[in-house]
Write a protein that binds this ligand. Structure first.
Ligand code: BG6
Length: 485
């Protein structure tokens, strides 16, 4: 990437905008990654806390994170200065119901009321995710989390409490953040079984229960929040075939289907697509269902789809080795990303740049997925995550010259504008992240924010908030409704 200017105005490019008048320019975050105060205000422990503590010796954990829990007023002031139209954040289920399905914690409710009121006072629309990787840990202890229908009931109750409490202030709701990615990461689901088949059985059952929970939350939102709009956020997948060999093209399709599309289809149609059902059957892991589930799944109509987009993938066909007998535990396990289907092998795309953390940067891929999802479901779309993780440097005179982030975001915003020109109904763009926060895998070494948080992996320093060059650049983008990039 070329080095761009480092002051507020340099190198902006003026072009005709295609962004509609009330486009939601936003920025995103999630509770466990910014709040800190992990056990303050009677909050319960979450799966995200539990796993971050296990890694505390190696990287920062959720105890302090970006300290939003204590500095939210200052942070919302910065959001206002940035000109945000909306702020996408998640509520911590365990702050509201510490043990997941017991007493409601009024301190937690008060905290989110204060945050939401302050956002509204500043003219910023709250866009709330119910569940972003942080299941209350007590639900794991009681029921093994999403394996049990008790967890579905607990989520349904939590969603109802939240809608009743905040429904008159919040119009936009997101159910699960990236269910399709979350279920493939054992740590996020707290899957600890040693046996690969048992892990997959659990994963399929948990996934199914999360679909039920999604459908129940969509229904509850429509009943309890007048004019409320609700949808899922998916981790989007755009996969290129390594060659035009039909098997490689098929493998690329399968990668998209298995990683993302089956999930969108399930949200939309209320049933698994054929190829996914076949996988579940062949693997012998078809989830247990209950009477009435079909009506619940088919009765929920999401209002929009939120797309989280960072990079694209490239695959070649990988023949399954050893064959497999339907229902038997011996399933071919091959070297593929997070999954085990034996159809694809991830390879490097030589046409794309790779970020320091291995993401293949591809703005055109964003235009592609927005078109694909819009044409398939004909639902409004919003981007609720997109960004570049990097090891930003704070200079001696207190600046962060993140020209690489400006480059990345500029190109992706252009891709959004092109998608709108293609006819996609895109109603917002909310990059990851408003401020530096705890990265899922690299703590505070990898930063995404417009606002630098002055702390290191283990040294909390003064946690001061420092506006990066990208802050000033994005402010201008918002001010000009995307005309100046
Ligand atoms: C998304 C998640 O998948 O990726 C975020 O919703 C996460 O929670 C983001 O932080 C970036 O990933 P990472 O691993 O760099 O933090």
């Amino acid at each position: 990437m070329s080095k761009k200017g480092t002051d507020e105005t340099a190198d902006s490019v003026r072009r005709p905008t295609l962004f509609p008048e009330h486009f939601l320019w936003g920025a995103s975050s999630s509770a466990f990654q910014i709040e800190g105060g992990w056990d303050e205000g009677k909050k319960g422990m979450t799966v995200a806390d539990y796993n971050s503590f296990r890694r505390s010796g190696i990287q920062a954990d959720t105890r302090t994170a970006s300290d939003f829990y204590h500095r939210w007023r200052e942070d919302i002031g910065l959001m206002k200065e940035l000109g945000l139209k909306m702020y996408r954040f998640s509520m911590s289920w365990a702050r509201i119901i510490p043990d997941g399905d017991g007493d409601v914690n009024q301190e937690g409710i008060r905290f989110y009321h204060q945050v939401i009121d302050c956002l509204l006072e500043q003219g910023i629309q709250p866009f709330v995710t119910l569940y972003h990787f942080d299941l209350p840990y007590a639900l794991v202890e009681k029921y093994n989390g999403w394996e049990s229908r008790e967890c579905v009931a607990a989520f349904d109750r939590y969603a109802g409490i939240v809608f009743r409490e905040f429904g008159d202030k919040v119009a936009y709701w997101q159910v699960h953040n990236e269910q399709n990615l979350m279920v493939r990461v054992d740590e996020r689901m707290n899957i600890k079984a040693g046996d690969a088949w048992e892990c997959d059985r659990l994963r399929a059952q948990m996934d199914y229960h999360m679909f039920l929970a999604h459908a129940l939350a969509v229904k509850a939102c429509h009943e309890l929040v007048p004019g409320g709009r609700i949808g899922p956020a998916v981790s989007s997948t755009c996969t290129y075939p390594l060659t035009n060999r039909p098997e490689d093209v098929w493998a690329a399709r399968m990668n998209d289907w298995f990683k993302t599309d089956y999930c969108l289809d399930m949200y939309y149609d209320g049933e698994y697509p054929g190829y996914y059902m076949r996988y579940l059957e062949e693997r012998g892991i078809v989830p247990k269902t209950g009477a009435g589930d079909r009506e619940i799944l088919m009765g929920a109509r999401m209002d929009y789809i939120a797309v989280n987009y960072y990079r694209t993938l490239c695959v070649s066909y990988l023949p399954a080795t050893g064959g497999h007998v339907p229902g038997e535990r011996s399933f071919p396990v091959n070297e593929v990303d997070f999954d085990q289907y034996g159809y694809f092998r991830h390879v490097k795309n030589e046409y794309l740049e790779t970020s320091a953390y291995g993401a293949q940067i591809d703005p055109m891929g964003l235009r592609t997925v927005l078109n694909l999802y819009y044409r398939r479901y004909r639902l409004p779309l919003i981007v609720t995550e997109n960004g570049l993780g990097a090891g930003d440097v704070l200079t001696e005179n207190g600046k962060v010259h993140d020209y690489y982030r400006i480059d990345y975001l500029r190109q992706h915003i252009e891709a959004c504008s092109q998608a709108i020109g293609d006819g996609v109904d895109l109603f917002g763009y909310s990059p990851w992240s408003f401020m530096d926060l705890l990265s899922s895998h690299q703590g505070f070494r990898k930063r995404y924010g417009f606002v630098y948080v002055n702390r290191d992996e283990h040294d909390l320093k003064d946690l001061a908030r420092i506006k990066k060059d990208s802050f000033y650049w994005y402010r201008r983008v918002i001010e000009t409704n995307g005309r100046e990039l």
